[in-house]
Design a protein around this ligand. Structure first.
Ligand SMILES: Cc1ncc(COP(=O)(O)O)c(C=O)c1O
Length: 370
């Protein structure tokens, strides 16, 4: 009975970023003018190679290959591993619950920073596991001594996000190594949804050094395929095999797999996207740097979003969120989207120049209530 687990009876669910259609209709702003900066999607749209394959697909009458072998082979080849080391799902968000179910038992602890991607703690709670939240520093910096000290016997899974959301901070590989060593005998989940934007290879190569590591990646971000739903994990065959047993048999449709295979050949699109976002990230960070005393950017973001800090005590994140919406700018209100973040932060996507300028205009127009 679900009532045995109070987490399943709450009304708390994931709070997604709002849609452009909703904001356009509610506030009477032309759809093309709405700046959608709350879901970290690719503002240039889908990888053209993936879109072409998906749009022209006709072979959808047969069941797909239940293991998504073509995609697993492609991923394995791209990153230098074997297909039996890869598992695919309808986004990382489908794979995370399998990991929690397979590698921990009811009552076990699951370690994560707070704030972090909310799915980690929501899934842990839904599955009867106990999230252990490690707070970040005053400047939302990582507290590695605290993190390592919290890896106690009853912790079975340790989450890392690289770059971290919502701060965009990158974790050096040396630090990931330290966590993997400290977590010996437990699973370290390295979520690299946004890694392309860091211009590093991230922790993928560490799979050669550690057998207690799984790296997760997604096609939702730099490949622009959030609506197609594809993510994957790479680890040892010993970790992937039980996950293959748990996954719903035909979880990966033909279009998902075909689109992802094509996207992996679209290096040119990835490069163009990453370069454009890096340029706009510099622009927006510099411009917000001129708003001293009112707003600031947390750390040095290595992602396609940044964390805005509201410096002015007369304004809180929910008021700012609503005022931005009225001006056609959708962001993430930190106090709603990330537990433990409080009322002074917004996660905002780096996007097209016209959207960054709309955001800057709106930020300068909105004045605190005294
Ligand atoms: C840190 C992080 N991991 C994973 C995801 C979800 O990825 P997917 O679309 O592959 O489920 C998100 C989505 O916003 C995210 O922020």
């Amino acid at each position: 009975m679900y009532k045995d687990n109070p987490a399943l009876g709450t009304n708390e669910a994931y709070v997604p970023g709002l849609t452009t259609e909703y904001v356009s209709k509610t506030y009477g702003i032309p759809i093309a003018d709405v700046a959608k900066l709350g879901s970290a999607e690719n503002p240039f749209g889908p990888s053209p190679k993936a879109a072409e394959v998906v749009m022209s697909a006709r072979k959808i009458d047969n069941y797909p290959d239940w293991t998504a072998s073509a995609l697993r082979e492609k991923i394995a080849e791209k990153y230098g591993y074997k297909p039996e080391q890869v598992i695919c799902g309808a986004g990382e968000t489908e794979i995370i619950p399998w990991i929690i179910r397979v590698f921990s038992s009811k009552g076990d602890k699951v370690l994560m920073y707070v704030p972090a991607f909310p799915i980690y703690h929501m899934v842990a709670e839904n599955e009867g596991r106990v999230p252990v939240f490690i707070g970040m520093g005053d400047d939302l910096d990582f507290k590695w001594d605290d993190y390592i000290a919290a890896i106690k016997d009853d912790v079975r899974i340790v989450f890392l996000t690289n770059p971290h959301s919502p701060t965009g901070r990158l974790i050096p590989n040396e630090q990931i190594r330290t966590v993997c060593k400290a977590a010996k005998g437990r699973l370290v989940v390295l979520d690299e949804a946004y890694i392309h934007y860091s211009n590093t290879n991230g922790g993928m190569d560490l799979l050669k050094e550690f057998d207690n590591l799984i790296v997760l990646r997604t096609f939702s971000k730099v490949y622009g395929l959030a609506g197609l739903r594809i993510g994957f994990g790479i680890s040892t065959p010993e970790i992937i095999t039980p996950l293959m047993h748990i996954k719903p048999t035909w979880n990966m449709g033909q279009l998902q797999s075909a689109g992802a295979v094509a996207a992996l050949d679209d290096d040119e699109y990835v490069k163009k996207t990453v370069e454009a976002i890096a340029e706009m990230r510099k622009y927006i960070v510099d411009e917000i740097g001129k708003m001293k005393g009112r707003y600031s950017v947390v750390g040095e973001p290595c992602s396609n979003f940044f964390l805005l800090k509201i410096e002015d005590r007369g304004l809180d994140s929910t008021t700012l969120f609503n005022e931005l919406l009225k001006r056609g700018v959708i962001v993430k209100d930190g106090s709603v989207s990330f537990i433990g973040l409080g009322k002074r932060y917004m996660r905002i996507d780096v996007s097209l120049k016209k959207h960054m300028d709309r955001l800057l205009r709106a930020l300068s127009e909105i004045h605190p209530v005294r």
